[in-house]
Design a protein. Structure first.
Length: 372
């Protein structure tokens, strides 16, 4: 694999950067000749040239273009002469989002790609925004937001061809590609192997670096230690397609929206948590240090909304809502963990969502229903 020389303009690129993008940056940003790169890679110069041209044709994609500009900065050549332009260029460079490392990209891609695999889901990206959102069509002309992701992570996924946009514009909409679905399957399999290694280490079958790596993965992602719902959709989406004896949907759109709202607050709260938050304690009523009402916007406000909703639901209802809506556990796993009888989980979940909807309606009447 071609690595951009650490002495070059771009420094050492992250491990997730595709080979063609590495070659493109080495040639366009570092000024390395095509033939030199071909000799280094042990291939014909035409092969390198095709890689460069293939990446160049993708620069119409806003996320791909932003990713290449970020990976190629600071530029190796200085053209200079206008101090004002130099200052503007330096300011733009400093405002570029931080490049995610491999573990961060893998963790975020598992979460976002799983949401994009849901029917009618797209990733919406607005120009000059530092975050992108996943929006899913509810089927009645409305839509609901199911995930939020940093722009730098979305750029990396676009560069790796996991997501694609057919018609770029002021607000570009990306859909998951076949490569993205395959990548999601591989990422989930890799995570399962890491977690299995951790479990075996706990049983005395494996110790050392692999067990520590698995434990680190669990610490970084609270969902990793739960019995995750590893299909391409959430448990609520699957239940919403079921019909009762009268032909009515088992979960109405309003109930699904309430569960998605809880999930959204969970995601926003996790983005601001530097340590793992044990949300189960909010259900059981265990005291939490600094768990009082929080004010403001962003992750602090989401933390307060989520804690209030879980306390309102209480044990039982809060347990099933937390596990199915936030941790994405399957109903069978939740029933086993909570010691419930088979097929009782969906009934309790529907009751929990009905209570959750009342909670959000009550919050709206008091002006506390805004997501910031």
């Amino acid at each position: 694999m071609i690595e951009v020389n650490a002495k070059g303009a771009t420094g050492r690129l992250p491990g997730w950067v595709p080979q063609a993008a590495r070659v493109y940056i080495a040639h366009t940003e570092n000024g390395r000749p095509i033939r030199e790169l071909a000799r280094e890679a042990g291939c014909h110069a035409s092969t390198v040239l095709r890689q460069v041209r293939r990446i160049e044709t993708r620069r119409d994609d806003p996320l791909v273009d932003a990713a290449l500009r970020r990976l190629g900065a600071p530029r190796g050549r200085t053209v200079a002469t206008d101090p004002a332009k130099d200052h503007d260029a330096m300011t733009a460079m400093c405002n570029l989002p931080e490049t995610p490392d491999e573990s961060t990209l893998a963790r975020e891609a598992r979460r976002v790609l799983r949401r994009l695999c849901e029917s009618g889901a797209v990733l919406a990206v607005a120009a000059e925004m530092d975050k992108a959102v996943v929006v899913r069509d509810t089927g009645d002309g409305g839509n609901t937001r199911t995930a939020v992701v940093e722009a730098a992570v979305a750029q990396a996924m676009a560069l790796k061809d996991w997501i694609a946009c057919e018609n770029p514009g002021r607000i570009s909409r990306y859909r998951v590609t076949a490569a993205g679905r395959a990548a999601l399957s591989q990422l989930i399999a890799d995570q399962e192997n890491r977690l299995r290694g951790f479990s075996e280490a706990q049983a005395g079958f494996e110790t050392g670096a692999e067990a520590e790596a698995a434990l680190d993965e669990i610490d970084r992602d609270p969902r990793a230690r739960k019995g995750r719902y590893l299909l391409a959709e959430s448990p609520l989406t699957a239940l919403s397609r079921r019909r009762d004896k009268g032909g009515e949907a088992f979960l109405s759109d309003a109930l699904v929206a309430a569960g998605e709202r809880l999930r959204e607050d969970f995601e926003l709260a996790q983005m601001g948590q530097r340590s793992v938050q044990n949300w189960d304690d909010f259900v059981t009523g265990a005291p939490q240090a600094g768990s009082g009402a929080k004010t403001g916007t962003g992750s602090d406000a989401a933390h307060a909304r989520l804690a209030a909703a879980l306390r309102d639901l209480g044990p039982g209802l809060g347990d099933v809502a937390l596990r199915c809506c936030c941790y994405l556990e399957g109903l069978e796993t939740t029933e086993k963990r909570l010691g419930w009888s088979a097929r009782s989980g969906k009934i309790v979940l529907r009751i929990a969502l009905q209570r959750l909807r009342l909670h959000y309606d009550e919050a709206a009447r008091h002006g506390g229903d805004l997501i910031g």
